[in-house]
Design a protein around this ligand. Structure first.
Ligand SMILES: [Mn+2]
Length: 365
């Protein structure tokens, strides 16, 4: 089968992971974070532990997943465990001899770690290795990007279908429900996060939850939505005005739009993520809106709706070709309202490709 038509190459991912572990002086690895396990093996169950020793790659799970694990995780040995998965994993490590065992402290609970080391015994030396799988995940291959483009399309189509419903008298909750229903009907397995519909003064809350509040004339409405397709997330925000927007609101909108354009112009392989954030921030500062931009410019997008890299003021990340990041500057003025425009962008060698195709000019409904 030619590579580009092949399903996700889990064997290749495991091989790549082993190379990276070796480069950091580790010869074994344990993963309990399910998102990483699915990326590495294809297994989509809700319980499991992946163990890599110098000689074996083993997915341990329980009897609920006997059939599913063998169907999904073909590049590893599947072991169905009757008792405690972690105890069994630890015992397996004990038998494997002396190991330098890498694990990511941010992805493993203290209780999991204690259970593993208790049954693994003194022959295993535990070494902390943060972000190895997340680093691999952040750079997408063509197949992953194609799936993400479809996830974006589902969100865009849902937004477009719901647009005629945004009118005075409609509740925020109803719009959020309609958006999520449309995404499901469009093929999504679910929303990437709880859909945000925030109107009027509530639009100044960047992460508002939809409420029973009815939309009124002459209000801003922020809609932030995303679809999950085959495990990959999209993330999209549009802000609309119900009625004719006053000059001040148009000015804010234009500034946010320009901030997003400036951020996009800074996106390319090798760019400092904080420089992308800085480009957006500089535009808003110049418009006198700097203090109303209260969050970071964007984040990586993939199997998690927020993943590496971080496009923030303090980020130490460098962008790499193949990463998909959001660009989502905003202004939030207490008592008045908020505006955010969010699109998903693919980092390329000399620039970027805008994956979101939806128009981003101010919509007056
Ligand atoms: Mn986002």
């Amino acid at each position: 089968m030619p590579a580009k038509d092949a399903p996700e190459d889990f064997g290749q991912r495991l091989h790549h992971l082993r190379e990276q572990l070796a480069a950091t002086g580790a010869d074994a690895f344990v993963e309990t974070f399910l998102v990483n396990i699915q990326y590495l093996t294809g297994f989509s169950g809700s319980a499991g532990t992946l163990v890599l020793t110098p000689k074996a790659s083993v997915l341990l799970t329980d009897a609920r997943y006997t059939i599913q694990a063998r169907e999904e995780a073909k590049s590893v040995r599947v072991q169905i465990v009757k008792g405690s998965v972690l105890d069994t994993a630890g015992t397996m490590l004990k038998r494997a001899g002396r190991l330098r065992m890498a694990y990511a402290p941010s992805r493993m609970s203290v209780a999991q770690r204690q259970k593993l080391s208790r049954s693994a015994g003194a022959g295993v030396r535990w070494v902390q290795r943060e972000g190895i799988v997340e680093g691999m995940r952040s750079v997408k291959d063509g197949k992953e990007i194609a799936i993400m483009q479809r996830a974006i399309r589902i969100a865009e189509e849902s937004f477009t279908k719901v647009l005629p419903l945004i009118r005075p008298g409609v509740r925020e909750n109803d719009l959020a429900a309609e958006i999520e229903y449309r995404m499901r009907k469009g093929g999504a397995s679910g929303p990437s996060f709880d859909t945000i519909v925030a109107s009027g003064k509530r639009s100044a809350l960047p992460h508002a939850r939809p409420t029973e509040k009815c939309i009124k004339k002459n209000e801003l409405v922020v809609l932030d939505l995303g679809a999950i397709l085959r495990g990959y997330c999209s993330d999209l925000t549009r802000t609309v005005f119900v009625g004719r927007a006053p000059a001040r609101t148009r000015g804010w909108y234009r500034a946010v739009q320009e901030a997003q354009q400036a951020a996009r112009a800074a996106v390319r392989d090798g760019a400092k993520a904080l420089a992308v954030d800085g480009a957006a921030r500089a535009v808003l500062a110049k418009s006198g809106l700097g203090r109303y931009f209260t969050h970071s410019t964007g984040h990586g997008l993939g199997r998690e709706v927020h993943e590496a890299p971080s496009l923030s003021r303090t980020s130490g990340d460098h962008l790499r070709a193949g990463q998909v990041v959001t660009l989502e500057p905003g202004v939030y003025v207490e008592g008045a309202g908020g505006i955010r425009i969010e699109d998903d962008v693919l980092v390329q060698a000399n620039g970027s490709e805008m994956l979101t195709k939806l128009d981003r000019d101010l919509l007056e409904l």
